[in-house]
Design a protein around this ligand. Structure first.
Ligand code: GUN
Length: 300
């Protein structure tokens, strides 16, 4: 293996420490405690794990955490009424509605009911538009985490060729916008892209965000490129014993690491950065709501 490993776990811990320092300063200098409300509808096990983890880390950095757990059959009207209350609550600076929502709820309607200034996921249509037009937005957490790691590893991204593999609203599209804002030449590749390996092989930066286990192999990567693997896929691992599983990314780690200059591992790469950026976004939203200077290095 030749690639440098980009340690997202350690970087996320540093980001959380920076957030905690700023939260302490907000409290001591202004008497303000940032608050994050997380809304979970139903009992999806993976969502329950995420929400628990978000709540724990919110409290660890000194913020207030408000968890709202609603039954799976909650009506759209009741969910929208809760969002209205949270929008109006001055103690709540960030609101996150955990996705996916149960099928009877209209996700776009619910997300667009959140006050854009409190939309710490950056999914509200206003924030999508603000980001696309280079204005001050709330930026989706996973792409923000990827951008922070890239800037930390590469310094200026100006003029670099970046290929984002995957065109989701949550990762691929906002990631492309952020890279464009940092003056990369950006290509979005996807399942219909012709000669996709040729496209990725031209890139200085490859962002893998397709949700297909180990799809990208070393021969897709240009020697020395920086590879950010957003995928978190659970696959069978019979070598670990009957019924065992393991987590892998969208990149086949060993073959990509032979060729890349740097690569994020799975787990321990992008994953921990997502929650760290959620906390950073909550801090940013709190500063903006109170007319205070935004935290440096924690925004796009
Ligand atoms: N479900 C999986 N990832 C996310 C995320 O980043 N935000 C929300 N709200 N739900 C998710």
């Amino acid at each position: 293996m030749t690639a440098q490993i980009i340690d997202g776990k350690a970087f996320a811990a540093t980001v959380r420490r920076q957030v905690a320092d700023q939260v302490a300063r907000l409290k001591s200098d202004h008497g303000i405690t940032p608050g994050l409300a997380v809304v979970l509808v139903g009992e999806d096990p993976a969502s329950q794990v995420y929400v628990r983890s978000k709540g724990k880390m919110t409290v660890e950095v000194g913020m207030n955490s408000y968890e709202h757990k609603l039954d799976a059959d909650t009506s759209e009207a009741d969910l929208l009424a809760l969002i209205d209350r949270l929008n109006a609550d001055p103690a709540v600076h960030g609101i996150l509605v955990q996705l996916p929502l149960p099928g009877h709820l209209d996700e776009a309607l619910v997300i667009n009911a959140i006050d854009p200034a409190k939309d710490v996921d950056g999914f509200h249509i206003s924030n999508v538009g603000l980001l696309a037009t280079g204005q001050k937005a709330m930026v989706p957490c996973t792409p923000l985490g990827c951008l922070m790691m890239l800037r930390d590893h590469l310094g200026s991204l100006s003029g670099l060729d970046a290929v984002v593999v995957g065109r989701s609203n949550i990762v691929g599209k906002p990631m492309a916008q952020l890279l464009l804002r940092d003056s990369c030449t950006v290509t979005i590749a996807h399942s219909r892209t012709r000669d996709i390996q040729e496209v990725t092989r031209r890139a200085d930066i490859v962002i893998a965000a397709v949700g297909r286990p180990e799809m990208i192999t070393g021969d897709w990567i240009r020697p020395g490129a920086t590879v950010i693997d957003v995928g978190i896929n659970r696959i069978d691992a019979p070598e670990k014993g009957e019924g065992k599983t393991r987590l892998v990314g969208d990149c086949q780690f060993d073959s990509c690491a032979e060729v890349a200059g740097a690569i994020t591992p799975v787990p321990g790469g992008v994953g921990p950065m997502t929650i760290a950026c959620l906390l950073a976004n909550t801090l940013t939203a709190c500063c903006r709501a109170n007319g205070l200077k935004e935290p440096e290095g924690l925004t796009a």
